[in-house]
Write a protein that binds this ligand. Structure first.
Ligand code: GDP
Ligand code: GDP
Length: 437
């Protein structure tokens, strides 16, 4: 599992700016990932080849009105799951009562975690002198940084990364089970689905509490294939304070997705697809997991022979370039299509880990280039010489060409579509990389 870094601090100290700064520092690759949402508070980051999750938390406010107390509670709950906490303060605004309170609180509650202390907005020597006084928070090693111009951020990240435990690249070679994460908004029917599946299955090996208290893992076997179901049903619990709980529940989804091979994203048929659903699908796509959309409670929809076709068409038009994700209509209540969902997920998982031979890919390339020639804005012609699949957890295709700069988005989309058609990659995330040769 990737370690989770949480940024905490009172409002306006520069957490979001730092969040974006850190994410921007990752190595740039040409990647065709569609529709990445940026309004999330948790994102995947990378520094010096190490991967982590970064979380921006809501502002903490020491004033003891009700809302901020509840918000604080939620923030604390969220950072409880963090491995590393970066406490951010503001050199320009100076040290405030709230900073001191928050500092105390962090030290008291998170002694066992790695705590880093950042003094932000330090852009001049004068401000460094100013910032020295921040030692009175009790944090003896301040990092003087500027999220705005980036100074000091790299050094701090280096030190943070030092504390990462060495991650094993291949978590469990022996375990050939396919991991499925059941994700979706509250009340769409996730628990009902899991229960229906497990109750009617005679081959449940065990139903054990997962490594974290967030998700319950259950194992079952179907047609000799073992599956692990990662259930995030705990997401159901709601509170009036949405903001805080959103961090926490998206964190759970994030963690479940992290551990899965295929995400079963569940919708409620009646309201249909909403922004939040798309966000969850995007999370899975961003993590390069297989994805399958399950439209649950199909029993509640009044149907004729055309209903599912119309429904699916509408769904796909709101999904934009996520249209490659298969859709199944199910009912946890009547058990319609439950096993079809599992079988489809298995196909997706197998396609995701398949290695396509270089000769097959180059036959594909030749045929595809005959159908459509890459156009170019500058007049200089793009020449793709050959392609190959790179060893990874998901299919990455490398195209070797005369000049990667000449590749246009439309052409990437075209290649992606053709690849999916030719090698049945429905529901599978793929990446296309263009390299100079
Ligand atoms: P948050 O509420 O903690 O997330 O703070 P924001 O990231 O929204 O930043 C609050 C304000 O501080 C914005 O106007 C930022 O442009 C500014 N800011 C953030 N980081 C820096 C910095 O390193 N230097 C300076 N001078 N301003 C910054
Ligand atoms: P979760 O929060 O996503 O785990 O959702 P639950 O499994 O708790 O289901 C929420 C509500 O939807 C419960 O009242 C279920 O009985 C109901 N429900 C779940 N699946 C179906 C279904 O396929 N059809 C119908 N009609 N109701 C369902």
């Amino acid at each position: 599992m990737k370690p989770l870094i949480a940024l905490v601090g009172r409002p306006n100290v520069g957490k979001s700016t730092l969040f974006n700064r850190i994410l921007r520092q990752r190595s740039a690759i040409v990647d065709s990932t569609p529709g990445v949402t940026r309004d999330r508070h948790i994102a995947d980051g990378e520094w010096q080849g190490k991967q982590f999750l970064l979380m921006d938390t809501g502002g903490y406010n020491a004033e003891s009105d009700l809302i901020s107390k509840a918000m604080l509670e939620q923030t604390l709950m969220a950072i409880r799951d963090a491995d590393i906490i970066v406490f951010v303060t503001d050199a320009r605004a100076g040290l405030s009562y709230e900073d001191l309170e928050l500092g105390k609180l962090l030290k008291r509650n998170f002694q066992n975690k790695q705590l880093f202390f950042a003094v932000n907005k330090v852009e001049s020597p004068q401000l460094i002198i100013e910032a020295e006084s921040f030692i009175s928070t009790g944090f003896t090693k301040p990092y003087f940084i500027s999220a705005k111009d980036g100074s000091g951020v790299a050094d701090m990240l280096d030190d943070i990364l030092e504390t990462f435990p060495e991650l094993e690249d291949v978590p469990d070679e022996e375990d050939s089970a396919i991991s499925l994460a059941i994700v979706g908004r509250p009340n769409v029917g996730k628990s009902s689905f899991v229960n229906a599946l497990l109750n009617s299955n005679r081959h449940i090996v065990s139903s054990i509490a997962g490594t974290t208290r967030d998700a319950i893992d259950s194992r079952f076997t179907r047609k000799k294939q073992e599956f692990v179901l990662i259930d995030t049903a705990g997401l159901r619990k709601r509170t009036k304070i949405d903001r805080g709980i959103e961090y926490y529940s998206s964190l759970r989804t994030e963690k479940a997705l992290e551990r899965c091979d295929v995400a079963l994203v569940m919708l409620d048929a009646t309201p249909g697809i909403e922004k939040q659903d798309l966000k969850i699908i995007n999370m899975a796509v961003e993590k390069k997991k297989g994805a399958l959309l399950l439209v649950n409670k199909w029993d509640l929809i009044e149907k004729d022979s055309k209903t599912s076709k119309i429904y699916e068409d509408n769904l796909r038009s709101s999904m934009g370039n996520l249209g490659y994700i298969p859709v199944l209509f199910i009912s946890a209540l009547t058990k319609k299509n439950l096993y079809r969902a599992i079988d489809t997920a298995q196909q997706i998982s197998e396609s995701r880990s398949r290695k396509i031979s270089t000769s097959a890919l180059n036959r594909f390339l030749e045929e595809t280039l005959q159908q459509k020639h890459p156009s170019s804005r500058t007049g200089k012609e793009l020449k793709i010489k050959y392609m190959t699949q790179i060893e990874s957890h998901w299919p990455i295709f490398a195209f070797f060409c005369n000049d990667p700069e000449l590749v246009q988005t439309n052409f990437i989309k075209f290649l992606e579509k053709k690849l999916r058609e030719s090698f049945s990659l429905e529901g599978v995330p793929i990446s296309l990389r263009f390299m100079q040769k």
